[in-house]
Design a protein around this ligand. Structure first.
Ligand code: KIV
Length: 271
């Protein structure tokens, strides 16, 4: 699909509508205006200004050093490049610890051009989600392998393999939706668990290392373009540049593979 620059922006409610129509949602991270233009032209529905920028743009070993000002800066750049896609700004580590802190950061993200904000975890974050949604700020939740939990997890490890952990994840997925989240990213969980969460979820799920049954898929832009970021590439990463033949072609190939269900296959999923 190619998109005219004057095409209207997608809205958050349209994401639920697309799910109801059985259409897959395609998301990529992005951090600047030029790549945002490429993603928009390829018809990507969702652009995440992820705190992964700490690892793939700033060169850190984790996302923990990222600041609110960094996400504001990159969100504003992306918003100047992409008109149609829903732009989602990611709370950096610690910036969503309390409802008031999260609200102050979220207002800056929205004023920079985001239409939605993303936060990791459930637990005390449920109160944060409720607080933001009551104040008209759409929220995307993120569960499973949450990179900001790297110190507690002792690395970037697949989550939900034990039955008790899987049950907790299922309960958290329902709880974030009940608190008002409109979208749920599931990262690094077994494909069968993600499938059962998706089947029970009242809101669309977007998988990354979570199998093909999610309602959509996300990859870090540098990963789908095969760029060496100096970090180990997880199993779920696929380089689409070879088959796409160009940067724009790679983004289109990723989007097509998500929409026709060929990505991720078993070799890019966890059991
Ligand atoms: O920051 C990010 O890029 C993310 C995605 C990996 C989902 O949270």
């Amino acid at each position: 699909m190619s998109v005219h620059p004057e095409q209207k922006s997608l809205s958050v409610p349209q994401l639920a509508q697309m799910r109801a129509e059985g259409r897959k949602l395609v998301m990529s991270t992005c951090y600047d205006a030029s790549f945002a233009r490429v993603l928009d032209a390829a018809g990507i529905e969702l652009i995440l200004i992820g705190d992964s920028l700490g690892m793939v743009v700033q060169g850190h070993d984790s996302t923990l050093p990222v600041q609110v000002a960094d996400v504001v800066y990159h969100t504003a750049a992306v918003a100047r490049g992409a008109r149609r896609a829903v732009k989602i700004a990611d709370f950096p580590f610690g910036s969503d610890a309390t409802p008031e802190q999260a609200h102050a950061a979220a207002v800056r993200f929205i004023q920079a051009g985001a239409a939605m904000v993303k936060l990791e975890g459930a637990g005390h974050k449920l109160e944060v989600i409720r607080f933001l949604v009551e104040r008209e700020i759409p929220v995307c939740a993120h569960l499973g392998l949450t990179p900001q939990s790297v110190l507690r997890m002792g690395g970037f490890k697949v989550q939900g393999r034990e039955q008790s952990a899987a049950e907790l994840l299922r309960a958290d997925a329902l709880a974030v939706a009940e608190a008002g989240a409109a979208l749920l990213v599931l990262e690094g969980v077994p494909a069968t668990l993600a499938a059962s969460i998706t089947a029970a979820s009242p809101i669309p799920t977007i998988g990354i290392g979570a199998g093909a049954e999610c309602d959509g898929q996300v990859l870090v832009l540098h990963d789908l373009l095969g760029i060496d970021t100096g970090h180990r590439k997880p199993k779920f990463v696929k380089d689409f540049l070879a088959e796409g033949g160009s940067i724009a072609g790679a983004v289109r190939a990723f989007a097509e593979a998500v929409r026709d269900g060929s990505f991720p296959d078993a070799s890019h999923s966890y059991s």
